[in-house]
Design a protein. Structure first.
Length: 355
């Protein structure tokens, strides 16, 4: 009887383990081989591509055969980045590379950038646009300067992406670019937004930053539905949700980051720009609408899907059933951590300020 009991337990554990690993494999995109976003011979425009995720993504897309346009403010850094991106080209003789200097926070910047990109690209709009440019200024909301920081974060992170999305969609969705009767349906165009896992789960200290990333998610959800009005102008909308990336941007945000935020994030392993770019591109090419780059990010995504497009209806729904239960314990622990910090350190007005 003990033998049968142990065998039954072993079978149950084996089956359960198989189910878990199969589910995780589906979640992380290990199944399905079709490339939903081929880039070889196509033109990709990326904003914020002189450092961090944007630079790594541009280099990796170059290695897959894409023509690359990068957009940033500093001309010297643009020239340095484009040389590195060109050196990674899959077919150096066939691929083309260009950089455009622009400030994404300036109103109406996108129209001029896109006009230059189209002229350089032989009169054709880029096939893929990836809005990577962003910034983070973590502060407590009651701190001096938090509202100015919030406006700046919104200008760069949200309006910078929103203006580019509007400009490129006006090109892609023009009636003359629609697929005519009997014509072969082309590869879809792709607009890729870069948000943050903080748009899936908020953490103390990011009040000036997080709303700008939630706004991106709201825009992407709305556009995904709005684009159904243009069945003959196929366009796909994606959002990438990275966590902490080891980049110059992280060094800048750490200058203002509250100590409680540092404490809350201490157990989250940062990822390199190359790692995040590789996982982001893999998710995009797997056809995912919301692209996360870690298991924790994927669980966060499943917990807050609401009316957003699903990567996989079955997996997202099943995992979404369990995440609220997990969040019950996670939120109790995190809120307790913040409360404990307050009891130990007193009123936030007594905290030492970072320069």
């Amino acid at each position: 009887m003990d033998y049968l009991h142990n065998s039954s337990q072993t079978l149950i554990v084996t089956v359960a383990t198989g189910i878990v690993f199969t589910t995780l494999a589906v979640i992380m995109g290990m199944f399905g081989r079709k490339n939903h976003m081929p880039v070889e011979g196509r033109t990709v425009l990326l904003t914020g591509a002189t450092e961090g995720l944007g630079r790594s993504a541009a280099r990796q897309l170059s290695a897959q055969g894409a023509n690359i346009i990068i957009v940033s403010r500093n001309v010297g850094r643009l020239e340095e980045a484009i040389a590195e991106i060109r050196s990674a080209a899959k077919s150096p003789q066939q691929q083309r590379f260009h950089h455009i200097s622009a400030d994404v926070s300036e109103p109406n910047y996108a129209g001029e950038v896109l006009a230059e990109a189209i002229r350089w690209n032989g009169g054709a709009a880029p096939d893929i646009v990836w809005c990577v440019a962003g910034m983070s200024t973590p502060m407590l909301w009651a701190d001096d300067g938090s509202m100015d920081a919030a406006r700046r974060n919104m200008d760069v992170n949200y309006f910078g992406a929103a203006e580019m999305a509007r400009a490129i969609l006006r090109e892609w969705l023009a009636p003359e670019n629609a697929v005519g009767p009997g014509e072969k349906r082309p590869e879809p165009k792709h607009i890729v937004f870069t948000a943050s896992v903080l748009a899936l789960f908020a953490i103390v200290g990011y009040a000036p930053y997080t709303p700008s990333k939630w706004a991106i998610r709201g825009l992407a959800d709305t556009l995904a539905q709005e684009l159904l009005l243009y069945p003959d102008n196929p366009v796909k909308v994606h959002v990438v949700y990275p966590g902490t990336i080891t980049s110059p941007g992280l060094e800048r945000e750490n200058k203002t980051k509250p100590e409680i935020t540092v404490e809350m994030e201490k157990d989250e392993p940062p990822q390199t720009p190359d790692e995040v770019a590789e996982k982001s591109i893999a998710g995009l090419q797997a056809g995912k609408c919301f692209v996360t780059v870690s298991l924790l990010g994927e669980l966060m995504r499943c917990g807050v899907m609401g009316g957003s497009p699903r990567n996989n209806w079955l997996v997202d729904t099943v995992v979404g059933w369990f995440i609220p239960i997990i969040y019950f314990f996670v939120l109790r622990a995190m809120n307790g951590q913040v409360g404990g910090w307050a009891r130990k350190h007193g009123h936030p007005s007594t905290y030492g300020k970072k320069a």
